[in-house]
Design a protein around this ligand. Structure first.
Ligand SMILES: [Zn+2]
Length: 81
């Protein structure tokens, strides 16, 4: 969950939706690992037209992955984002 100010241009707060941990934000820049999701479900889903947005801290992301029956694929990023 993200909060912005200055006409929604300046990031001020990022809170993990799962555990409520407040992530470190300095001068509008997120300075911790965060799994940011913005997913629009499409026509063939039961959530057609709904956009889900949430943030997970790195610890909650790791916990989510441990619940996978098939591990996520991990590759090296070609460019740092
Ligand atoms: Zn968390």
């Amino acid at each position: 969950m993200r909060k912005y100010q200055d006409n929604n241009t300046q990031l001020v707060t990022v809170i993990c939706n799962r555990c409520k941990k407040e992530l470190k934000v300095e001068n509008g820049i997120l300075k911790e690992g965060c799994f940011e999701v913005s997913h629009a479900f499409g026509y063939f889903s039961e959530k057609d037209g709904q956009v889900y947005q949430f943030d997970l801290c790195e610890q909650c992301f790791d916990k989510m992955l441990t619940e996978f029956q098939v591990p996520a694929e991990v590759k090296e990023a070609k460019e740092l984002l």
